[in-house]
Design a protein around this ligand. Structure first.
Ligand code: ADP
Ligand code: MG
Length: 366
């Protein structure tokens, strides 16, 4: 279907295609830029790109998710416009800076990862584009370099000071396991998702225009707290350090308490998944949600409402805000085969105009 969209946009057929998945984080919110662990798993939604080379140094690109208008720029002359094109410009700027000999590009993008919902559409976009460019130009880049390049495009060019969880998940996560990732060393292990349980995701439909500003502000608060505590990153500290942490001025004390307790919950959540322990998951998800809401102040009333309705549902085991917050999605755990109907009940009760079920896309039997 989209070879024909590429043809319509550029008057020829593409010569390469690639894709990458969105992710939902099961535990470890705002820990990735604090040197902590995270626990994402891939969602079925993917971003796919179609590409062909040009020889005139120009980049032309269109994305169905943002209206499909073709935009263009010259390689090596990337400059921020404050639009979606910055994610692409950031990638080519990083590749050109790294000495990769690109000669131009036509690019068409389609995605069924919800955009701006805390499910890492930006990383899926970056990694799909990077995989496509690697195939198109035969670039000698390993998977870890793709993740680092994607993150640098976002931090240096787009100006969102993100950690590396989303890009690592887009490169390495799959739908059957959770990726227990140490963001300090980038070592990871795959934790199987239990046969008895199923993951669900509901997008609240709420997006805050100041989300990236709020994100960068949280990151700065964490850096200030770490400096005052004499550590390079907050997740070096265990919960034993909390009495000292709580002597920090507010809001730094609460921000640091979130990072430290959330980090401790990641390992515990991985253990609970391995054991298929729904009671432990419920306690951990509930504590994580409260910490994001009260200590880190990244939840919104609509998301709180979805979480509390989910927790009242008979088939829901655990629920929490997932992703960077300031709107976005909830992740929940349900009995296997029950997540879709549970999500529909929650949606119905919540009566939020733009909320929708993202995962599972339909009821499964299993
Ligand atoms: P998230 O990554 O959680 O979805 P972000 O704010 O990090 O939210 O990234 C969303 C931005 O990424 C969009 O506003 C857009 O600029 C860009 N983006 C993501 N997916 C696409 C896409 N398929 N086409 C064009 N731009 C995209
Ligand atoms: Mg993102």
């Amino acid at each position: 279907m989209s070879e024909s969209d590429f043809l319509a946009a550029f008057g020829r057929l593409p010569s390469a295609t690639a894709d990458a998945a969105g992710r939902v984080n099961l535990m470890g919110e705002h820990t990735d830029y604090n040197g902590g662990r995270v626990l994402p798993t891939a969602i079925p939604g993917r971003t796919r790109v179609w590409l062909a080379r040009r020889d005139d140094g120009r980049v032309q690109a269109g994305s169905a998710a943002v209206g499909g208008a073709v935009e263009s720029y010259t390689l090596g002359a990337e400059s921020p416009r404050g639009t979606w094109l910055d994610y692409l410009q950031g990638i080519t700027a990083e590749l050109v800076r790294g000495g990769q000999a690109l000669s131009g590009l036509d690019l068409w993008i389609e995605s069924d990862v919800p955009v701006g919902s805390g499910l890492a559409s930006s990383a899926a976009f970056e990694i799909a584009v990077l995989r496509g460019l690697r195939a198109l130009y035969g670039l000698l880049l390993d998977d870890l370099e793709l993740a680092r390049l994607g993150q640098r495009a976002e931090t240096r060019f787009v100006g969102a000071n993100v950690g590396i969880m989303d890009q690592m998940a887009a490169v390495f996560a799959d739908e059957h396991t959770a990726l227990l990732l140490d963001t300090r060393t980038l070592a990871f292990e795959r934790v199987p998702l239990p046969d008895t349980l199923e993951i669900g995701v509901i997008d609240s439909g709420v997006r805050h225009a100041h989300a990236s500003g709020g994100y960068n502000e949280r990151r700065e608060e964490c850096e200030r707290a770490a400096a005052l505590l004499g550590v390079r990153s907050l997740c070096e500290l265990s919960v034993d350090a909390l009495p000292r942490v709580l002597e920090l001025p507010e809001p730094l004390a609460r921000r640091a308490r979130h990072a430290i307790t959330e980090h401790a919950r990641v390992g515990a959540a991985a253990d609970a998944l391995r054991a298929g322990d729904g009671d432990a998951l419920r306690a951990l998800f509930t504590a994580s949600h409260a910490s994001q809401r009260d200590d880190f102040a990244v939840s919104v009333p609509e998301v709180d409402r979805l979480v509390s309705l989910a927790l009242k549902d008979e088939d829901v085991v655990a629920a929490r805000l997932t992703g960077g917050g300031f709107g976005g999605s909830i992740v929940f755990v349900a009995s296997r085969g029950r997540a879709h109907t549970a999500a529909l009940r929650v949606l119905d009760a919540a009566a939020l105009p733009h909320a929708r079920v993202v995962v599972p896309a339909r009821a499964s039997h299993g």
